[in-house]
Design a protein. Structure first.
Length: 173
């Protein structure tokens, strides 16, 4: 019984990730695409957790949702090219349903893991062991993630450069 619930949650969050990823393609506004991308990345974090990698799930949330998506949303907000002639209320039913399902799944996983881990002694991880793990067996993964963050930073700076006023334009005003 326990295994079938885990399978249902895994396939449900995988379906949400696929559905949100497909929705990114068909959405006309960039902010809605960013919301669907955040939903997709959150669903992938739940899948990583279910596959036995809670550290990768937390890094998924912190790095991708917390850092890269905030840069993307910030760029959308400062972009004067985005057309906003009139403000209309978008249809938020699908994103709200998807986020509600992901929140329920996350709460269930947290509760089950808390109940299951009461018999397991918790050993704190010291920084030396974490550093040896990150720069030992996970060295390539850390380098790939750091390269991805560097590329994202350079891309945001390159894309935002046309919107930053130059010093000559500042003097003319």
């Amino acid at each position: 019984m326990e295994s079938s619930i885990w399978n249902v949650i895994f396939y449900l969050s995988s379906g949400i990730a696929i559905g949100a990823s497909i929705s990114i393609i068909f959405v006309k506004q960039a902010m809605h695409a960013a919301v669907y991308l955040i939903i997709s990345l959150l669903a992938l974090a739940i899948d990583f957790y279910l596959l036995g990698s809670p550290l990768l799930a937390v890094l998924q949330v912190i790095l991708y949702i917390g850092a890269i998506m905030i840069l993307y949303v910030f760029f959308i907000m400062i972009n004067p090219q985005s057309p906003t002639p009139h403000i209309q209320r978008p249809d938020l039913t699908l994103p709200i349903i998807l986020i509600a399902i992901l929140i329920l799944e996350s709460c269930y996983l947290i509760l089950i893991s808390q109940m299951a881990s009461q018999n397991v002694p918790i050993t704190p991880l010291d920084p030396k062991a974490l550093g040896l793990a990150l720069f030992g067996q996970y060295k390539i993964a850390v380098e790939v993630v750091s390269s991805l963050l560097l590329v994202a930073l350079v891309a945001v700076m390159y894309l935002a450069k046309p919107f930053i006023p130059s010093k000559t334009n500042m003097r003319e005003k």
